[in-house]
Design a protein around this ligand. Structure first.
Ligand code: AP5
Length: 233
C-alpha cells in the first residue's frame, strides 16, 4: 500500500494541550503514527532519535557521544537526553502540546518528565503503548527508508514511495538508517526489553497507559490512536 500524508485538521489544531507519548519497540510504528498525529493537531513531533541523528549529522560534541552508542543499538545516557529534551520543549511551538516518539525510554526519564510537566503546570501525558509480536519487527526495520530532508518514513516492502528512493512529500532522498541493518536489530530489541519495556508497567500503575494493537494496518492504528487521544481531552 502506498503512503498517504496527513494534513492539519482545522477541528484539532491547537486542541492537544498536552504531551502524548508513544511507547513501543523499535519498528513498532511509533514514528509513523507520531508524525501523522502531530500533523493533524499542528504540534511538533519530538523524536529523540531524530534529534540525535541531527546532532550526528552536524558533527557536534553531542552527536560524537551518541554516534557509537546508537551504532551498537545501545541507549544514549539520560544526562545527554534530558538536556536535549529540556531545551527543545522550551521552544514556543511546544506551547499547544507535543508528541514524543522514543522518549521517555527509561523510568528515570519518565520521572524527570513527570516533574517537568508539573513545574510547567501542564497536564500529565497520555501514553500510547504499541503492542506487537517481535517476529514482525525485522521486516519493518530493515525495509524502512527515511527522507533525508523532511524525515518522512517509508517501507520498501509495505509502504513504498511513488518513485523509488524519492520522498513523495518533498522530493528528498530516501536513505536507510545505519542502525536498521539486520545485525543491529537484536541489540536494539534487547535494550528495549531491559530498559524501556518496564515503563509500560510504570505508566499502567499511574493509569495513563492505553494499549494499541500495532500489528494492524497503519490506517487502523491511526484510528485507534486518534480515539485514545480524543478521549483523553
Ligand atoms: P529511535 O530513532 O527512537 O528508534 P526506535 O525507538 O528504535 O524506533 P524506530 O524509529 O526504529 O521505530 P518506530 O517505532 O518509530 O517505527 P516506524 O514508524 O519508523 O532511536 C534510535 C536510537 O537512538 C536508540 O537505539 C538509542 O540509541 C537512541 N535514543 C533515542 N531516544 C533515546 C532516549 N530517549 N534515551 C536513550 N537513547 C535514545 O516504522 C518502522 C517501519 O515499519 C517503517 O518502514 C514503516 O513504514 C513501517 N510501518 C509502520 N507502521 C506500520 C504498520 N502499521 N504496518 C506495516 N508497516 C508499518
Amino acid at each position: 500500500m502506498e503512503k498517504s500524508v496527513a494534513v492539519p485538521d482545522s477541528r484539532l489544531v491547537g486542541r492537544l494541550q498536552r504531551a502524548v507519548i508513544f511507547l513501543g519497540p523499535p519498528g513498532a510504528g511509533k514514528g509513523t503514527q507520531a508524525q501523522e498525529l502531530a500533523r493533524k493537531y499542528g504540534v511538533p513531533h519530538l523524536s529523540t532519535g531524530d534529534m540525535l541523528r541531527e546532532n550526528i549529522a552536524l558533527g557536534n560534541a553531542l552527536g560524537e557521544q551518541a554516534k557509537p552508542l546508537m551504532a551498537r543499538g545501545e541507549l544514549v545516557p539520560d544526562s545527554i537526553i534530558l538536556k536535549m529534551v529540556a531545551k527543545r520543549i522550551e521552544r514556543p511551538d511546544c506551547s499547544f502540546g507535543f508528541v514524543f516518539d522514543g522518549f521517555p525510554r527509561t523510568v528515570a526519564q519518565a520521572q524527570w518528565l513527570g516533574e517537568l510537566l508539573r513545574q510547567h503546570g501542564l497536564k500529565q501525558p497520555v501514553v500510547v503503548h504499541f503492542v506487537i509480536d517481535p517476529a514482525l519487527l525485522m521486516r519493518r526495520i530493515t525495509g524502512r527508508r527515511m527522507c533525508k530532508t523532511g524525515g518522512d518514513i517509508y517501507n520498501i516492502y509495505d509502504r513504498p514511495p511513488k518513485v523509488p528512493g524519492i520522498c513523495d512529500t518533498d522530493g528528498g532522498e530516501l536513505v536507510q538508517r545505519p542502525d536498521d541493518r539486520e545485525e543491529i536489530v537484536a541489540p536494539r530489541l534487547e535494550a528495549y526489553a531491559k530498559m524501556t519495556a518496564p515503563l509500560a508497567a510504570y505508566y499502567r500503575r499511574l493509569g495513563r497507559l492505553e494499549d494499541v494493537d500495532a500489528a494492524q494496518s497503519v490506517e487502523q492504528v491511526s484510528k485507534r490512536v486518534l480515539e485514545i487521544v480524543s478521549k483523553a481531552q
